[in-house]
Write a protein that binds this ligand. Structure first.
Ligand code: GDD
Ligand code: MN
Length: 382
């Protein structure tokens, strides 16, 4: 057997080691982008003459076979590879794992669907290097940039998002929602362990996780129109976004899922009292029956809301939904008993009634949250 270690770098005193790392690693998160990969690679090739770069596609096991397409293209071109994640979803976490798989001093993030302007990459890289910056962001909202065919609704959403981002980024970014930027690897390494990795908005996560003010510049670009495939922006993305901001504001002290669970619970109290009022005062049902109807309604609505918001990533459907509801009711009933017991015990021992009631509710909520998270909305097995 003969082996030729052609790429092995053996440093010696007389000959300094050669750095074989590319100058730039380009991370491309994908979900169902099969038809966009080849044209994207062609465009990158045309835009980056003279730059030593590699492309790392991070695909979340797209049903359309995006990963297979990337691997096929990797036979034609040696600077392309694919990270295929199984049983995982998420744009931000995909980007993070892509970066971690590279060693270049500069890293770019760009969408696969060619809505970002890859011809700006070389300029962005140069600015990063020449001006000693941490990050150079492609922005739609500096002079020379644009949003192309954006709907009025998306523009409005984008404005609300920008306002919220100010709460955590501490930087005057014109386009904090941008998913198109080039950053220095040392900057990424400095923040990596504090990243939340949730949702869609990796740029905000990076800025909010930095301890020092971030040295950044913005380069205008025009957001293009998607030709192949579909956008993945849906209602999930908004909840994920709020979740990211809450996570950053609370410094990860309380799991955001628990906050959503409590918010849904408080809404349940409101539903309960409203239904009770309607049934008892307006419909003239007896108090006992009214209270039962109200309890059931509140539980049903809480269950649905938790299924849609709190556990959106583990959402139940069909028969599982029905089974989940039965389990939810059982678990919450046990939680209620624990609540009564603790509150009564405290009250009997001289604790002020409101405090006793509150602590009982805390114990009940923590039980409900913990057990429902492990049983009703159990994490996927893999
Ligand atoms: N790995 C992975 N996992 N990739 C994903 C996922 C996911 O769960 N969801 C989306 N992607 C990939 C898409 O395949 C695409 O390459 C890129 O992430 C952006 O998704 P789009 O669905 O095309 O997003 P968009 O066009 O609505 O949003 C764009 O505009 C925003 C500007 O406000 C994106 O560029 C955002 O990054 C950008 O912030
Ligand atoms: Mn897109």
């Amino acid at each position: 057997m003969s082996m030729r270690p052609v790429h092995l770098v053996t440093p010696s005193a007389s000959e300094p080691a050669v750095d074989h790392a590319p100058q730039l690693s380009i991370i491309v998160p994908t979900y169902n982008e099969r038809g966009n990969i080849r044209p994207l690679l062609e465009r990158l090739h045309n835009a980056l003459a003279g730059v030593a770069y590699e492309v790392v596609v991070v695909d979340d096991d797209s049903p359309d076979g995006t990963a297979d397409e990337v691997r096929a293209l990797a036979h034609e071109q040696d600077n392309v590879r694919c990270i295929q994640r199984i049983g995982r979803r998420g744009l931000s976490s995909a980007c993070i794992e892509g970066v971690l798989a590279t060693v270049s001093p500069a890293v770019a993030i760009i969408d696969a669907d060619m809505q970002h302007d890859e011809t700006k990459l070389a300029l962005m890289l140069r600015r990063l290097q020449d001006d000693g910056l941490d990050i150079v962001v492609g922005s739609r909202f500096v002079p020379g940039g644009g949003v192309g065919a954006f709907s009025a609704r998306r523009l409005r959403l984008s404005r609300v998002g920008k306002f919220l981002s100010r709460l955590v980024t501490r930087a005057d970014l014109t386009d904090p929602m941008s998913g198109f930027f080039v950053m220095r690897r040392t900057f990424f390494d400095a923040v990596a362990h504090r990243l939340s990795g949730k949702g869609f908005k990796i740029l905000i996560d990076l800025f909010a996780s930095a301890k020092e003010p971030v040295r950044f510049a913005e380069i205008p670009y025009t957001f293009g129109t998607r030709i192949a495939g579909k956008s993945k922006l849906d209602s999930h993305v908004m909840v994920d976004y709020v979740s990211l901001i809450a996570d950053k504001l609370l410094g990860g002290l309380v799991p955001t899922r628990f906050l959503f669970f409590i918010a849904v619970g408080l809404f349940g109290v409101f539903v309960h009292l409203s239904v009770l009022g309607l049934a008892f005062r307006m419909a003239g049902l007896g108090f006992y029956v009214s209270q039962m109807v109200a309890t059931f309604m509140a539980m049903a609505i809480n269950f649905q809301l938790n299924n849609i918001v709190t556990y959106r990533d583990r959402r139940l459907h069909g028969l599982d939904l029905a089974k989940g509801f039965v389990l939810f009711v059982l678990i919450c009933s046990v939680g209620a008993v624990a609540n009564f017991q603790v509150a009564e015990m405290l009250y009997d021992n001289g604790v002020f009634w409101a405090m006793a009631g509150f602590l009982g509710a805390v114990v009940g909520s923590v039980w409900n949250y913990g057990v429902n998270t492990t049983l009703t909305w159990r994490a996927a097995k893999r």
